[in-house]
Ligand binder design. Sequence first.
Ligand code: ZN
Length: 58
Amino acid sequence: MNKIKYCPKCKEYTLEEVCPRCGEKTVSRIPPRYSPKEEVAKYRRKLRRDILKKEGLL
Ligand SMILES: [Zn+2]
């Protein structure tokens, strides 16, 4: 998740090197709300889904 860019002009996050809205060059920045904890939670949810799927097949 180190590809997140930020446009200082629009104050918005994007994945583009250049802001799709204003054309300003974006800078690398991690959103303040993003935390490794969230990433772990996401992974756990995915894992749980995979397990349920597997059980459904049995
Ligand atoms: Zn912009």
